[in-house]
Design a protein around this ligand. Structure first.
Ligand SMILES: Nc1ncnc2c1ncn2[C@@H]1O[C@H](COP(=O)(O)OP(=O)(O)OP(=O)(O)O)[C@@H](O)[C@H]1O
Length: 458
């Protein structure tokens, strides 16, 4: 997937995000440059660092969405963090490294999910065998060993089971019923592994310094198992996951996860403008400069220790974003400015953009709500003038109260459809509702014109 040309990437992004062409082009080029870099001779590869991007634009105009979609498109590990988070007292310096640790966790989860998908069929078969054995247990052998120490060795272990031909026959019969889904709702008892192993709580909680230690110990201590009563359907899911986990090579997954972070990782640093400002000024500005300096090594490229091993950040792509209403990019410390050479501005959204955002993207708001209501057998049709009206109202409320960009559409559509959503479950099947301008005006009443009401409701 990473071989997409910039034009192809932009076209893909166009399916989800309206307008903002400049930003789409910038991220598309950054992506392609990674591919170009991978084709260079090794010595040169290390020299070519990613050109990080600074997105400048008001809230809710698609900055995060572009970055997130890009990452999804190429299945790159992606993390969004607020730069302001690192000003929290007591966390400065230390917590910045958590960006990399979190990214590794995300990457590992991705890799494992992919690997589990690969072994899905095998895991499902193994799970089914276990289900059969649960439903038709084998004969337990009497433990009449004369060795007085036997109990020591057998402790905690399952007793041997023998499967007689009759049991085998019953299992075959059960297998067929399982396949037909006849037993899905039947309740059985399964033994499941606790996520949290038996861990003495002497390490205290909440302190990051201990998490590595805790994780390390967790790996060494036995996991607690307990019995749970669940439906066959749920048991199948639990057992399949367990079996899939057994089939995956954990170390291999870790290596792949780290490789992806180092080569393909993307970090979205939101609200970077809020930490702009330099030392020397009074008050909180002092710590702002400090946070920027904490972030710098990670952006410049350094090696961070994680519980899975060291991770190099040199080639992680950083996309910083901010409104920059008050501070300007030039208020960032020079080293950081230099690390974000690509600047793109995102435009405020117009009424026309809102109309398109409502209807065009792959899973636009209108499509989402229509699909949700369709599950109740209700067909919702929005007329063209309804879309116009929604866009117009969103634009007005943004201008009169606070401009929160496309997020305004969410609150407005929710409000407009509130009554329908409530009653949908009780309406007759195949019911069709047409939403037109009058419907919207009726539902929103005078909320739009009343600024105080708008502030609370829309
Ligand atoms: N141009 C756009 N096209 C389609 N959807 C959009 C667009 N702009 C915003 N949205 C939608 O609005 C919501 C908020 O957008 P997004 O998270 O990208 O905001 P943002 O610009 O990153 O702002 P912030 O910095 O405050 O997070 C998302 O649900 C997104 O899908």
């Amino acid at each position: 997937m990473e071989q997409l040309t910039p034009r192809e990437t932009v076209r893909e992004l166009d399916r989800y995000i309206v307008g903002q062409n400049q930003a789409k082009r910038a991220v598309a080029i950054a992506l392609r440059n990674r591919y170009r870099r991978s084709l260079l001779p090794e010595g040169m590869q290390e020299e070519v660092l990613p050109k990080n991007i600074l997105m400048i634009g008001p809230t809710g105009v698609g900055k995060t969405e572009i970055a997130r979609r890009l990452a999804k498109l190429v299945r790159a590990p992606f993390l969004k963090v607020e730069a302001t988070k690192f000003t929290e007292v007591g966390y400065v310096g230390r917590d910045v490294e958590s960006i990399v640790r979190d990214l590794v966790e995300i990457s590992l989860r991705m890799v494992k999910a992919e690997k589990m998908e690969e072994v899905e069929i095998q895991a499902a078969q193994a799970a089914e065998k276990r289900l059969e054995a649960l439903l038709v247990p084998g004969k337990r052998q009497e433990n009449n060993s004369s060795n007085p120490f036997q109990f020591l060795f057998n402790q905690g272990q399952e007793k041997e089971e023998t499967v007689t031909p009759e049991i085998e026959r019953d299992r075959t019969f059960i297998r067929e019923r399982l396949h037909r889904g006849e037993l899905d709702e039947q309740v059985i008892e399964v033994e499941v592994e606790d996520n949290q192993p038996l861990l003495p709580d002497f390490l205290g909680t909440g302190m990051e310094i201990n998490t590595n230690l805790q994780d390390m110990m967790a790996g060494m201590l036995p996991k607690k198992r307990h019995k749970r009563k669940v439906t066959v359907r749920e048991a199948r899911r639990i057992l399949t996951t367990e079996e899939a986990q057994k089939l995956i090579d954990h170390d291999e997954a870790v290596q792949e996860a780290i490789r992806r972070v180092e080569q393909e990782g993307m970090v979205f640093l939101d609200e970077i403008d809020k930490i702009a400002g330099r030392d020397g000024a009074s008050g909180p500005d002092v710590s702002r400069g400090g946070v920027q300096r904490d972030i710098l090594p990670i952006v410049e490229g350094s090696t961070i220790n994680t519980k899975y091993g060291p991770v190099k950040t040199d080639h992680i792509l950083f996309i910083a974003a901010g409104a920059f209403h008050v501070a300007k990019p030039s208020d960032l410390i020079p080293e950081l400015q230099g690390r974000f050479p690509i600047r793109v501005e995102l435009e405020s959204l117009s009424i026309e953009d809102f109309q398109r955002i409502l209807t065009e993207p792959q899973s636009s708001l209108i499509k989402q709500y229509s699909a949700l209501l369709e599950t109740e057998g209700i067909k919702v049709e929005f007329t063209e003038n309804a879309i116009d009206e929604l866009a117009k109202v969103a634009y007005e409320v943004n201008s009169n109260t606070e401009n929160i960009g496309a997020r305004r559409l969410h609150t407005i559509v929710e409000r407009v459809l509130e009554e329908l959503s409530f009653e949908a479950s009780e309406l007759p099947e195949d019911y069709t509702v047409t939403i037109n301008r009058e419907y919207i005006q009726h539902r929103l009443g005078n909320i739009v014109r009343n600024q105080d009401l708008s502030r609370y409701i829309l």
